[in-house]
Design a protein around this ligand. Structure first.
Ligand SMILES: Nc1nc2c(ncn2[C@@H]2O[C@H](COP(=O)(O)OP(=O)(O)OP(=O)(O)O)[C@@H](O)[C@H]2O)c(=O)[nH]1
Ligand SMILES: [Mg+2]
Length: 370
């Protein structure tokens, strides 16, 4: 799917990370590991990576001139097709770097948008992705598309049709307005569905991408949504009754995962999907407890919850993937932070989780807890 036209090989990708300010090189390395997973999810092949420690980004190239020369040489040497930066590039930097390396240059946000475009299934998800792409591309119209028009397809070109973008900003602005209008229509349909759930205790699964939300969702409902060892396998929200006897009158929603360094306006394109989170009576924050950077990821999820106006919703933290930890490392249930340890794949701890949900339901929703 993601192969270059000529010789059917995967796109060859050089990854660039920067440890800015007080960020350590280890942290930057970890962020680039995540970027590598995103690249693989999009069908690319990592052929080299560079990590630079800097106080602040260079205005023209983001990285230093010396490193820019090194990367240009590496592009030649490794026959790379694409250079991906872990940080957000300004339109100007993106253009300068493209000219310097003579291959496509994209950043983390654009790579994620590509994956979204690949994984979007429903009409709503596709519209949301298209909207996010348009908003991202609007300030980058000049230069980027002139440059891309010389390239074959591949990562970073899953954008809206080129001819549209070759027209002018006004056309894109109009398109953005039209997409918002269409999304509004879909949102009205959603409102009708929401009405049908008014008497229910609404629970939303949230968490970093790949934490195991969909796996847990399938354990607790009879939905069978896709679960995969991939970043952003879920884009649509799905809502189902909780399976089993108890708690009754509760519905659970599975939704899109969160990730670091995704600009706010891109998250905003998924506002309709995230509405379900905003309207929840209880948020289940699913954490991969085997992740060495779990605190940092919880921080990212907290920030997004704040951004979408869901910070004050009662919350229950679920430590998933306990099967990957040594027994002594597992936090006991009901420990200081009240997190519930589970393993969704091994179906361990689910009864305890359901019991904790029941307690919340009775506390916050007494008239409905039959
Ligand atoms: N070892 C282990 N793996 C798990 C567990 N729960 C989920 N996984 C795996 O983690 C990967 C991601 O699971 P998903 O349920 O798709 O994660 P998600 O949070 O929905 O991810 P996105 O929708 O991509 O944001 C899959 O390969 C699951 O099999 C668990 O308890 N233990
Ligand atoms: Mg999922």
């Amino acid at each position: 799917m993601y192969e270059t036209g000529n010789d059917n090989r995967a796109e060859r990708v050089i990854l660039i990370g920067t440890a800015l300010g007080s960020t350590s090189k280890d942290e930057a390395e970890y962020a680039v590991d995540e970027l590598a997973r995103l690249t693989a999810t999009a069908g690319g092949l990592e052929v080299a990576r560079f990590i630079q420690k800097r106080d602040k980004p260079d205005g023209a190239y983001f990285i230093g001139r010396g490193l820019a020369e090194q990367v240009a040489a590496a592009v030649e040497e490794t026959e790379a097709d694409l250079v991906v930066f872990d940080e957000l590039l300004s339109p100007n930097q993106q253009r300068n770097l493209g000219e310097k390396f003579n291959v496509k240059v994209i950043d983390r946000a654009m790579l994620i948008l590509d994956i979204f475009a690949l994984h979007a299934r429903s009409a709503e998800a596709r519209l949301q992705v298209e909207l996010a792409q348009m908003v991202y591309l609007l300030p980058r119209l000049t230069g980027l598309w002139v440059h891309l028009s010389r390239q074959q397809g591949g990562i970073g070109t899953k954008g809206p049709g080129e001819t549209q973008l070759e027209t002018d900003r006004r056309a894109v602005t109009k398109k953005i307005a039209a997409l918002k209008e269409r999304l509004k229509k879909i949102d009205r349909q959603r409102q009708t569905q929401r009405k049908g759930r008014e008497g229910f205790f609404k629970i939303a699964l949230v968490g970093y991408t790949n934490a195991g939300k969909s796996t847990l969702f399938n354990c607790l409902t009879k939905a069978g949504v896709a679960e995969a060892d991939q970043l952003f396998s879920t884009l649509d929200s799905t809502t189902r009754r909780l399976a089993g006897q108890y708690p009754q009158k509760a519905v659970l929603t599975d939704t899109v995962g969160f990730i670091e360094k995704l600009p706010h306006q891109l998250v905003a394109s998924f506002r309709a999907t995230l509405e379900e989170v905003k309207r929840a009576d209880l948020v289940l924050l699913v954490v991969d407890c085997s992740d060495p950077y779990l605190d940092r990821k919880i921080g990212v999820v907290e920030r997004v919850l704040g951004d979408i106006g869901a910070a004050r919703i009662p919350r229950l933290t679920v430590y998933n993937k306990t099967d990957l930890l040594a027994p002594e490392a597992i936090v006991p249930a009901g420990s200081s932070d009240g997190a519930i340890p589970i393993s969704a794949t091994q179906r361990v701890g689910l009864n305890r989780l359901l019991a904790a949900i029941s307690v919340r339901l009775e506390q916050d929703f007494p008239k409905h807890s039959v």
